[in-house]
Ligand binder design. Structure first.
Ligand SMILES: Cc1cc2nc3c(=O)[nH]c(=O)nc-3n(C[C@H](O)[C@H](O)[C@H](O)COP(=O)(O)O)c2cc1C
Length: 180
């Protein structure tokens, strides 16, 4: 049976082209469920139906109500990409005020393979909190793809969101899930 990947995207440059990430993961054999941060969801608000059609699942961006049932199938793996500086630092501090953080932050402690690949510039990355947050995520067993195996942050104003290396992110997911 096709395995389920939760692709979790923040309001960072490459999310403007998150459909590319969905297609790349689908081409890698995954049934992709997309989760957006509330900020990222506003970027896609006018075209959200396209993402629903592309994935074949509801796109989640807010915590459900206590009375609501789970909208998505159970995940076999999770990829947080692109991960913004804000989400990284909130996650590192244990703050899960978005469903985009809440789901992977718990799942990693329930045995689900979790991979995260950032996208932010070198000035954002120079904040001391960034290195600390990456270390905190790694301590928990999350594969954080920064550097040569993932995303190497760019100088301010020099990003190329369309060139975000989805292939490296998915190679990381294959590595983290072992068998695939
Ligand atoms: C057009 C635009 C592009 C942005 N690109 C990035 C980015 O590439 N990386 C990043 O960390 N933040 C970026 N930001 C800032 C984040 O959107 C902001 O920190 C936001 O609070 C992130 O929230 P989220 O992680 O919940 O999506 C951008 C903001 C705007 C308006």
């Amino acid at each position: 049976m096709t395995q389920v990947l939760y692709l979790i995207a923040c309001a960072a440059g490459p999310t403007q082209h998150i459909d590319d990430g969905v297609r790349a993961a689908q081409a890698d054999g995954w049934d992709v469920c997309l989760i957006l941060t509330p900020s990222a969801a506003t970027w896609w608000e006018p075209r959200m139906e396209e993402l629903v059609e592309l994935t074949g699942h509801p796109v989640r961006s807010r915590y459900k109500l206590p009375s609501e049932k789970d909208a998505l199938p159970k995940a076999d793996a999770m990829l947080v990409a692109p991960m913004s500086c804000t989400t990284l630092n909130k996650w590192g501090a244990g703050i899960s005020d978005t469903v985009a953080i809440g789901i992977p932050s718990e799942a990693v402690h329930m045995g689900v393979p979790v991979v995260a690949m950032p996208y932010f510039n070198q000035a954002q990355g120079a904040q001391p909190a960034v290195a600390r947050s990456i270390a905190v995520l790694r301590e928990q067993g999350i594969l954080v793809l920064d550097g040569p195996d993932g995303y190497q942050s760019h100088p301010p104003k020099r990003g190329n969101p369309q060139a975000y290396p989805w292939g490296k992110a998915l190679a990381g997911v294959r590595r983290q899930t072992g068998a695939r």
